[in-house]
Design a protein around this ligand. Structure first.
Ligand SMILES: C[S@@+](CC[C@H](N)C(=O)[O-])C[C@H]1O[C@@H](n2cnc3c(N)ncnc32)[C@H](O)[C@@H]1O
Length: 197
């Protein structure tokens, strides 16, 4: 049984906008030079990354189980250019080999579900397509600030290693993120589905 359900996120989004309308700085930095193609933003929330990609010419699909979160993105600039899908990320699927980019940014599920979901996401990529996973690191609880405090659902280099093994990896690391409250610790996985093999 998952701890936080769609209705909990709906209530959070109904209360107020949760995230900046701007993309996460690292997501923007890593994706800025990619040739636009077809992208899926899994657990897109208010769709800030899908909207940013759409503004740069991508065909972007935003998937989240919170209809309220997605509705906020739908009414934003470039909202008409994004495909909005209300679905559970653990069961939603698309055609294998069909995507140029999958983003999974601050989605936190129990480790086995995370690995299963990301393994499916790799299969959705065409050879040469890219996966970007960014989220709170397990060490953030003891040594960082903010974010979920349940270490069972947080990322680490070790926990993402089985997914990294499916990719040509550019980056798999813990990295600091400066916030007004202090330094948070994130985990980043950034890699490409191999062209052969
Ligand atoms: C911290 S927010 C991040 C939103 C977005 N990725 C961003 O960076 O702005 C986490 C999001 O995950 C979504 N989420 C959590 N579990 C999910 C699931 N099983 N299926 C779909 N969405 C889920 C929540 O609704 C929420 O929008």
């Amino acid at each position: 049984m998952r701890g936080v359900q769609a209705q909990d996120w709906d209530a959070r989004y109904a209360e107020k906008a949760q995230w900046s309308a701007e993309p996460n700085a690292l997501v923007a930095q890593l994706c800025a030079d990619l040739k636009p193609g077809t992208a899926v933003d899994l657990a897109a929330g208010e769709g800030r990354h899908a909207l940013w990609l759409a503004g740069r010419g991508w065909r972007a699909t935003a998937v989240d189980f919170s209809a309220v979160g997605l509705d906020r993105g739908r009414t934003a600039g470039h909202g008409d250019d994004v495909t909005w899908v209300v679905a559970d990320a653990t069961t939603w699927t698309t055609a294998e080999g069909s995507l140029d980019l999958v983003l999974v940014v601050y989605l936190h599920l129990p480790e086995p579900e995370t690995v299963a979901l990301l393994t499916r996401a790799v299969a959705w990529l065409r050879p040469g397509g890219r996966l970007l996973v960014l989220g709170h690191d397990v060490d953030n609880v003891a040594h960082g600030v903010g974010g979920p405090q349940d270490t069972a659902i947080l990322h680490s280099v070790e926990r993402l290693a089985p997914v990294a093994a499916l990719l040509d990896v550019d980056r798999l690391e813990q990295l600091p993120r400066e916030t007004p409250a202090g330094t948070a610790l994130d985990t980043l996985l950034w890699g490409t589905r191999p062209v052969s093999g």
